[in-house]
Design a binder for this molecule. Structure first.
Ligand code: BJW
Ligand code: ZN
Length: 245
């Protein structure tokens, strides 16, 4: 990797920025061993995420949807945050207002030590009853061989946000505010096709932020980003941090 791979613009902006926001997607966890949703290695048993990550699919076939989540929980329980996650923790220490807005449900930012993390799509470690919303622990889920049912008779589901469902309002509003006030906005490891999360870099840009994308390949966002850095986030973010901190 070249030493001077970053533009003067990004370096000088980062050196003086007080408000920095980062949107992350499945790609930032890929180097930890978490499969992405789309692209190479992104499909699970040939199902597209849109076919599994919705409430109707869950009602029709809760066993299948739970199997997918158990499979992913298994993976997440065995892996660690990667240098990309840790480099964001370094950045948080450097800037007055720094926020990670994640679409991931894997807890890896928190496990790495990031303090301010908005989870737009929930967390895989939460579970709740679809009828009375009572919470259930992972232990209760893991101990039950069949699909867990609440005392009220309702099915227990993962505490994540599926297609057609609203994002957690407080976290969403705070994310919009962070995008509107960011001097630099990073979009890292996301295909930028799932809304409303994908609108955050655009909101940031319209409000005057310098938008930087870090991804293995170009995405829907690349045309609007001020700068696109192609490569692995687990290599690029630590290098960036070394260069400007
Ligand atoms: C690397 C790398 C490495 C790999 N380094 N990079 C406006 C327009 C059009 C549609 C809509 C719209 N508004 C709403 C919609 C509908 C829908 C939507 O967006 N559909 C589109 C697909 C067309 N949105 C919703 O329904 C949302 N809700 C909503 O809008 O509420 C209002 C509403 C209410 C009622 C009716 C209608 C609307 C909810 C969306 C929920 C998404 N849920 C999921 C599952 C979460 C739980 C779980 O994890 O199981 O979220 S789907 C899945 O996609 C998951 C992800 O968070 C999300 C985004 O995926 P992500 O993170 O971008 O991953 P990938 O795999 O797509 O990309 C990985 C990237 O990493 C790639 O680019 C790689 O190149 C890169 N990469 N390795 C750097 N090492
Ligand atoms: Zn219940």
């Amino acid at each position: 990797m070249k030493i001077n791979m970053f533009s003067q613009q990004i370096l000088s902006k980062l050196k003086k920025a007080q408000n920095v926001a980062v949107l992350t997607g499945a790609g930032i966890s890929a180097e930890s061993g978490v499969p992405t949703f789309r692209g190479e290695g992104g499909l699970w048993k040939k199902f597209r995420p849109e076919e599994l990550a919705n409430f109707d699919a869950f009602i029709k076939n809760p066993d299948l949807v739970w199997e997918w989540y158990h499979y992913r929980r298994q993976i997440i329980s065995k892996i660690q945050p990667n240098p990309g996650h840790y480099a964001l923790v370094e950045m948080e220490r450097r800037h007055k207002n720094f926020v990670v807005i994640t679409q991931n449900v894997d807890n890896l930012h928190q496990r790495a030590g990031s303090k301010l993390v908005y989870e737009l799509h929930g967390n895989i470690e939460r579970n709740y009853c679809i009828d009375c919303t009572k919470d259930f622990s992972n232990q209760e889920i893991n101990e039950t061989k069949n699909i867990l049912r609440c005392n009220c008779g309702g099915l227990v589901r993962p505490g994540v946000v599926w297609f057609g469902e609203s994002l957690p309002m407080e976290q969403w509003n705070a994310s919009v505010q962070a995008a509107e006030t960011a001097e630099i906005f990073f979009s890292i490891g996301t295909s930028a096709i799932v809304y409303p999360a994908a609108s955050l870099p655009i909101i940031a840009k319209r409000a005057g932020a310098y938008v930087v994308e870090i991804n293995l390949e170009r995405t829907e966002l690349s045309y609007d980003a001020d700068e696109v850095i192609l490569g692995k986030s687990g290599e690029i973010i630590p290098k960036l941090v070394q260069t400007y901190l």
